[in-house]
Write a protein that binds this ligand. Structure first.
Ligand SMILES: Cc1cn([C@H]2C[C@H](O)[C@@H](COP(=O)(O)OP(=O)(O)O[C@H]3O[C@@H](C)C(=O)[C@@H](O)[C@H]3O)O2)c(=O)[nH]c1=O
Length: 182
């Protein structure tokens, strides 16, 4: 477990084993998560499959539907990014970038109040999410991918129409407040 530049956001190493058949990776262990004071109740789990040079994000759910996310990439490689939207946070407006991959078997724990996105670096990539509250379409919002200074390494990614139309970070009035680390 490593802390990141953003308080409360952690990079986790999933216990994994390799043998002649391939690999075995344990994503979630309730007692281990509880010992780290992380959520143990994830009412929704979903994944996306993306082609190379797709950017998805930067996404979050606003209060009162804010949620934490556990994110990992069991196939392929992505450049994953999180952006601190918590007013009063020592790192408000700052971001953290990490490569997630099946080889590294790493995961990102993202607390509420951070926007999340990624760029696909491999031909295809699967990204899995465990979220600590259910999907709420009316609270599902975004910040424009290229408005926060994140080094994506690409000028013209494949984007959804919705992601291309999100407000810039500078135009976003944040509803999140930093409450310190648990
Ligand atoms: C996020 C979400 C979307 N949907 C629907 C809405 C839409 O019709 C379709 C695809 O949604 P999107 O285009 O938002 O999918 P996508 O861009 O992959 O959304 C994801 O992006 C990354 C960066 C995240 O952090 C995730 O939490 C999630 O927001 O699925 C659900 O039904 N449930 C959900 O939980």
């Amino acid at each position: 477990m490593h802390s990141t530049a953003l308080p409360g956001c952690l990079e986790l190493s999933a216990p994994h084993q390799q043998d002649e058949r391939g690999s075995f990776v344990k994503i979630f262990h309730r007692d281990a998560f509880a010992a780290l004071k992380l959520p143990v109740d994830f009412p929704e789990v979903y994944y996306s499959v993306s082609q190379r040079d797709v950017v998805r994000g930067l996404h979050f759910q606003t209060p009162p539907a804010q949620h934490a996310k556990l994110v990992y990439c069991p196939q392929g490689r992505v450049r994953d990014a999180v952006l601190d939207l918590r007013a009063g946070s020592p790192t408000f407006g700052q971001h953290f970038v990490v490569e997630l991959s099946s080889e590294a078997a790493n995961m990102l724990y993202i607390p509420p109040g951070l926007a999340h996105g990624f760029r696909t670096l491999s031909d295809t990539a699967i990204v899995v999410y465990h979220v600590s509250s259910q999907y709420s379409p009316e609270h599902d919002q975004g910040i424009r991918w290229n408005s926060a200074g994140i080094a994506w390494g690409i000028e013209h990614p494949i984007l959804s129409a919705r992601d291309a139309a999100h407000p810039a970070l500078a135009d976003f009035a944040s509803p999140f407040h930093y409450e310190g680390e648990a």
